[in-house]
Design a protein around this ligand. Structure first.
Ligand SMILES: Cc1cc2nc3c(=O)[nH]c(=O)nc-3n(C[C@H](O)[C@H](O)[C@H](O)COP(=O)(O)O)c2cc1C
Length: 192
């Protein structure tokens, strides 16, 4: 599959077949992630691959935390839906910003460095999704894990910053194309 085809074909998949993904495929997806550019080539990413009973426990933790928040009147949006997709997917990859400290939110010039790191990690995540698509593997980029970021991070025994999760699995649906704002509406040409 060429690049344009992968870009066009990628969709957020939320229903997965009950079929494991070979380890080499997951490794190849992470290889593409780490090929992404990063500010000052700092490569501020870390990938934790979670499968099987460990994934079940992680999803349970997210659901438990989300239900607690709902009980407190917090609007958790699509979080329980995301948890269901995570439950169906055979593989979940948690992506961390190794330079981020959740105890110390960035301020001043640290915000600029933080933004650079998050952009670098975003590029790595997009590479993962495109590599997965090219291999016939469905993916879902998930930020709803933020509803339980402290709990998940403590559970994994990490101290850095959770950025997102990516669910991977063989698609059990063909998601519709989602609308995009027209190019003209989001582009301005300042030609000299
Ligand atoms: C940063 C980011 C966070 C997202 N978080 C979630 C999420 O938590 N749960 C979910 O179901 N989809 C999530 N998505 C998927 C978006 O809903 C999806 O990309 C968008 O609706 C466009 O659809 P498409 O991916 O099929 O083109 C996220 C996407 C991005 C880029």
């Amino acid at each position: 599959m060429d690049l344009r085809e992968a870009i066009k074909k990628r969709r957020s998949v939320r229903k997965f077949k009950n079929k494991t993904i070979p380890r080499e495929e997951i490794a190849a997806i992470i290889e593409s992630a780490i090929a992404a550019p990063s500010g000052k080539n700092l490569q501020p990413w870390h990938f934790t691959v979670v499968t099987g009973e460990k994934k079940d426990a992680l999803v349970e933790l997210l659901v438990k935390t989300t239900k607690k928040l709902i009980g407190q009147g917090v609007n958790t949006g699509s979080c329980l839906g995301s948890a269901r997709a995570m439950d169906e997917a055979p593989v979940l990859i948690l992506i961390y910003n190794t330079r981020g400290n959740p105890q110390k939110p960035p301020r001043g010039s640290a915000r600029y460095r933080w933004s650079v790191d998050i952009q670098s990690i975003g590029a790595a995540i997009q590479n993962m999704l495109l590599e997965a698509t090219a291999r016939g593997i469905g993916s879902l980029w998930i930020c709803d894990v933020f509803f339980a970021d402290e709990e998940i991070t403590a559970w994994l025994g990490r101290k850095d910053e959770l950025v997102a999760a990516v669910a991977l699995g063989y698609p059990d649906e063909e998601p519709q194309t989602t609308p995009r704002k027209p190019r003209e509406a989001v582009t301005k040409w300042e030609e000299g």
